[in-house]
Design a protein around this ligand. Structure first.
Ligand code: ADP
Length: 324
């Protein structure tokens, strides 16, 4: 069976280094090997409180991030989830074969419902079912995501299996595709994953200025335990290595072994590597931002291609479940 890649990101504000190293950077590389479909998942983003007036801008900003990072509309299908209505149709059908108990186990649901106590809605609960529909609508079998999403991909696999055994074998069983940095940690609290919801000092946004990046890395927590392999120190090493700069860490690693490593040197190197890697991204982003109508056209074209695939799958699904 041929491999098809699908993945998505929510338009919830600036992307951070975790999103990039855990997912987006790999998406760019995969485009040369497989048919790829990448999506701005706006229907996922409305499961937490948001400003409707800001949504359009957020979608456009995320599309800019995708393109600036190197996603190429000539190689991949790039589109916005809500522009393909078959996705929500398939999600409804999948709802009817997804055990409640499976959804109750989902860590992300537990975390997000604790974070948004005032709005624990059914959409937040069935979020992974919509995600399964996203993936399976395109019969994708490889899903490049960060570690936090693995549980959801496993559920998508269970849903595919359940559909195949109940109705007809039409879906592949998707698998997650992890990078060597499936979990980038917060700079200010390396026991937690890097995430925007923790606050500014915990993450580096791909659009942060040079001065901001230096300041955030400088104040990163390194070693509170006195151990030589403290999580904060390892996180900085991992960031450098994940930015394809393994060579640079050799000397620092040997200093670490000898116990002579200065954290200020490690931080300077980390900041330099991040800045030089993000510079071309930021330049491209600014160029693309000057021609937003082009970005809009790319998304319209992508949605049209996605709908063609989606229409075929949903016709097959309706046929198999007896709803014609
Ligand atoms: P978030 O997880 O920040 O709310 P999304 O759900 O849109 O954002 O996730 C986008 C992608 O980024 C997912 O594949 C997710 O697994 C990945 N990701 C998010 N945070 C990290 C992190 N700290 N380390 C590695 N990957 C991450």
């Amino acid at each position: 069976m041929k491999n098809i890649i699908f993945s998505g990101m929510q338009p919830t504000g600036a992307l951070h280094l975790g999103n990039y190293l855990g997912a987006l950077k790999q998406w760019v590389e995969l485009q040369d090997k497989y048919p790829c479909i990448f999506c701005v998942v706006d229907y996922h983003a409305i499961t937490i409180p948001y400003q409707p007036k800001e949504m359009e801008k957020r979608i456009a900003e995320l599309a800019l991030d995708f393109l600036a990072a190197g996603l190429d509309p000539d190689k991949s299908i790039i589109f916005v989830q809500s522009q393909v209505p078959q996705c929500t149709e398939l999600a409804w059908i999948f709802n009817t074969i997804t055990p409640l108990g499976e959804l109750e186990r989902m860590t992300q649901f537990k975390e997000k419902s604790a974070q948004h106590k005032q709005n624990v809605n059914a959409g937040l609960f069935t979020y992974p079912v919509l995600q399964a529909a996203d993936i399976l609508l395109y019969k994708a079998n490889l899903v490049p995501v960060g570690e936090d999403q693995v549980q959801h991909i496993e559920l998508a696999r269970d849903i595919a299996r359940k559909f195949n055994s109940t109705f007809a074998k039409i879906f592949p069983e998707p698998k997650p595709l992890l990078t060597k940095t499936p979990r980038v940690m917060s700079l200010a609290d390396p026991s937690k994953k890097m995430s925007k919801s923790l606050g500014e000092k915990h993450y580096i946004a791909l659009t942060d200025s040079e001065a901001t990046i230096r300041a955030k890395v400088k104040s990163a927590v390194t070693d509170t335990s006195g151990g030589s392999k403290a999580p904060g120190v390892e996180n900085l090493f991992t960031i450098i290595e994940s930015l394809d700069q393994d060579g640079i860490t050799g000397e620092l690693r040997s200093q670490q072994k000898k116990g002579t490593l200065k954290y200020s040197d490690l931080k300077d190197t980390t900041a330099n590597v991040i800045i030089s890697h993000l510079r071309p991204f930021q330049t491209r982003r600014a160029e693309l931002a000057a021609d937003r109508s082009k970005v809009g056209e790319i998304l319209i074209e992508g949605a049209s291609k996605a709908r063609q695939i989606a229409a075929k799958t949903i016709a097959e699904v309706r046929d198999k479940i007896g709803v014609r």
